[in-house]
Design a protein around this ligand. Structure first.
Ligand code: SAM
Length: 432
């Protein structure tokens, strides 16, 4: 199958069926594909979504009438063509002719002429069209307007940094399993494999790779010496203040990145209970635990419905890494820009608050709850904690003294574009 046609099919699943980009890639990319071709399909699919709002703006200036909904694959193919011309170094004539020819693989040869005309017109008029970018914030920043406005309201001094950072390709960070190998030793193993990497200051197990690589080439990966995890996510374990003998709950645990880090940080816990309601993601958690050689109690359940899984024995520590808008991780998941709707934020905040209330009821007196999101929206972060503190007089907010993140009213916020991490929010509550 032709790579451009594969990318067009992936993109139309995302744009039309609202399927997540990683699921669409797994569904469409054949297992037999060569790795170089697979990388090109991913480049096109991720790149088009990263720049979707700008490319769509170009397209609207190049077409006389919009592409019909049933031809979303053709629209996606044109966007792939525009992406190559505007953002990749593919020679223009090759980009145009290969994109035109891909119509055959979509069984739509009638679209050849249309695609040829649009791409050639872009080549002629790109300078003029690009001058009009300043007329549209959506096109200029390549984000939906509601999100641009929300970020401007929440982060008046930082919103443009955040938007620009969201449009970059993400770095690859590793978490070294200090139970198996020291970071210095692991850096030597990387160097011996010709993988350039540097330690990350302020996190004793974090490593940043100069160039992303396939996990299969990471030394000791299969043996659990290392995991892939953004440095923003690597702060959670330390904030839980883990000591031997504690009973810990990870209430929204899958696929298990923070959960595994908890046990790597403190293997002498009395117990670690992991709950998640998504069976597919829990399977990944199980695979990760097996690879890392750790064991824990796992429940497939709604963490907010205690009677489904809880035995009534309270926890000393709870990590509540709630489902959220994921607006802090857009550079890794650019499909969020097109899939997330402003109206869906209210659903997240309702769920988050429900989970927070229920987790609180399972926390021991003097116990600690860490509320975490990968969101940069105040609604999901400080506003939730403010509401909770108002309604629960037995909750107190612990001040975090950290050398990272921005101090907010009740927690710490890491913003994309300030440092190298994804966007995360953390707040610590203690039960009086
Ligand atoms: C931000 S992700 C967790 C990431 C995870 N802590 C990690 O570090 O790998 C949020 C998780 O919450 C789960 N979830 C959503 N609603 C839930 C609920 N009511 N009960 C339990 N898990 C839930 C989702 O399936 C998702 O896996």
């Amino acid at each position: 199958m032709d790579s451009r046609a594969l990318a067009a099919r992936i993109l139309s699943l995302v744009l039309q069926e609202k399927i997540h980009l990683d699921s669409a890639c797994s569904e469409i990319i054949p297992a037999t594909i060569e790795s170089r071709e697979q990388a090109f399909v991913m480049e096109l699919s991720y790149g088009v979504l990263r720049w979707y709002y700008r490319l769509d703006f170009f397209l609207n200036r190049l077409l006389n009438k919009p592409v019909r909904r049933k031809d979303t694959d053709i629209k996606a193919l044109i966007l792939c063509g525009l992406y190559q011309l505007a953002f990749l170094r593919t020679p223009a004539h090759a980009a145009v002719s290969a994109t035109v020819n891909a119509t055959v693989h979509l069984d739509k040869p009638w679209a050849k002429q249309l695609i040829n005309a649009v791409l050639r017109r872009y080549q002629r008029e790109s300078a003029t069209i690009e001058q009009t970018l300043n007329n549209s914030e959506t096109a200029l920043y390549a984000h939906p307007q509601w999100l641009i406005s929300a970020l401007r309201d929440d982060w008046p001094g930082y919103w443009q940094n955040i938007l620009n950072a969201n449009n970059q390709k993400p770095p690859m960070h590793l978490r070294v399993n200090l139970q198996k190998v020291t970071r210095a030793e692991y850096l030597r193993l990387l160097a011996a494999s010709n993988i350039e990497a540097v330690p990350v200051a302020g996190l004793d197990c974090a490593v940043s790779l100069i160039q992303p690589v396939d996990v299969d080439v990471l030394p000791g990966f299969a043996q659990g010496q290392v995991s892939v995890q953004d440095i923003g996510a690597q702060h959670a374990a330390a904030l839980l203040d883990l000591n031997p003998g504690l009973r810990v709950l990870d209430a929204c645990a899958a696929p298990g990145g923070k959960c595994a880090h908890i046990l790597e940080t403190q293997p002498a816990l009395a117990s670690l209970t992991a709950v998640d309601r998504d069976q597919t993601r829990l399977k990944r958690l199980g695979d990760n635990c097996q690879r890392l050689g750790i064991s824990l109690e796992i429940y497939h359940a709604d963490a907010g419905v205690a009677e489904q899984w809880w035995n009534g024995n309270p926890f000393d520590r709870i990590l509540l890494d709630v489902p959220c808008s994921a607006t802090g991780v857009i550079r890794r998941h650019p499909d969020i820009k097109v899939l997330r709707q402003e109206q869906s934020i209210g659903n997240y905040t309702d769920q988050q608050y429900r989970l927070l209330e229920s987790a609180w009821s399972m926390l021991k007196s003097r116990g600690r709850l860490l509320y975490a999101t990968c969101s940069v929206l105040n609604q999901e972060n400080d506003q939730q904690i403010a509401k909770f503190l108002k309604n629960y007089p037995d909750a107190s907010n612990i001040d975090m003294i950290q050398e990272w993140g921005l101090k907010t009213g009740y927690g710490l916020q890491i913003l994309p574009g300030i440092g190298d991490a994804d966007g995360f929010y953390y707040a610590v509550l203690e039960k009086r």
